[in-house]
Write a protein that binds this ligand. Structure first.
Ligand SMILES: [Zn+2]
Length: 262
């Protein structure tokens, strides 16, 4: 998603609307098959569409605080939120039909997709958390670093390491995201955005993924507000409380949703 012009409100009240575009590389049709989208392509489309909704629904005074101009760890909420729809049966039933038979995508196939993506989800989660802890340990130091990085690294992510670390391995020396990639002290935002998007989507799962009132609240309290207030203030106005990790653990198949417990 690219925005060519943001949104803002002029002194005379004119609401200048944004210009955004969504450009994608999608699977091409072949001689005997139409263009059949891969799941990853659908997810990317939904992700970028979420960013564009953040821009298109913007309704703020200043362009610098409009749409996607929010804090770093909040910008992926609208986009990752939309990705949730990719494996929702109710959503897929609106368009995902077999190109030859016209049959809807079988529920068992969708269940398999969800099960396979949750394979090793707990390890993947701890891996992300360990990188976040390591990043934060470096960037919250106030003194010059003169000690050995190997024991420093071990101590920094100890809480999230369950397996034994292989000898002679060191993440720090290849952690280009935080050393050269602009993610310094912000690596945690990947996992944090997942917490937010799963928690926000849990409201839709409860009220219905196409529930108009819930969607309007998401739009009014979050999508239209840009960076005009603290992200947590905006989020709580939609959610009624701070996010918890419960919905993410349930989505990853790590925790059982309350309605399934006996
Ligand atoms: Zn994004």
């Amino acid at each position: 998603m690219t925005e060519f012009q943001g949104q803002w409100i002029e002194r005379d009240g004119t609401n200048v609307r944004p210009h955004a575009s969504l450009v994608m590389n999608l699977s091409k049709p072949t001689a005997d098959k139409p263009a059949l989208l891969r799941l990853g392509e659908v997810e990317t489309f939904l992700h970028e569409f979420g960013h564009s909704l953040h821009g298109m629904f913007a309704n703020t005074r200043f362009e610098s605080l409009s749409g996607t101009n929010v804090w770093w760890d909040f910008v992926e909420l609208p986009s990752q939120f939309m990705e949730n729809y990719a494996v929702e049966k109710e959503f897929l039933r609106t368009f995902a039909f077999h190109y030859q038979t016209g049959e809807p995508m079988p529920d068992e196939l969708i269940d398999k997709i969800v099960a396979s993506r949750n394979f090793n989800a707990a390890s993947a989660c701890l891996r992300q958390v360990s990188f976040g802890l390591l990043d934060m340990a470096y960037y919250t130091r106030r003194e010059e670093f003169t000690s050995d990085i190997i024991p420093f690294e071990k101590q920094a992510w100890e809480k999230a390491i369950v397996g034994k670390q292989l000898p002679d391995t060191c993440m720090t020396v290849q952690f280009s995201h935080i050393m050269a990639g602009g993610y310094a002290a912000g690596y945690y935002s990947y996992k944090w955005a997942e917490v937010l998007d799963a928690d926000a989507f849990s409201v839709f799962r409860r009220n219905g993924i196409f529930d108009r009132a819930t969607a309007q609240s998401f739009r009014d309290n979050i999508l239209s507000r840009g960076g005009t207030e603290h992200p947590m203030t905006l989020y709580k106005r939609f959610r009624g409380q701070e996010p918890t990790i419960d919905a993410l653990l349930e989505r990853n198949g790590i925790a059982v949703p309350p309605s399934h417990t006996r």
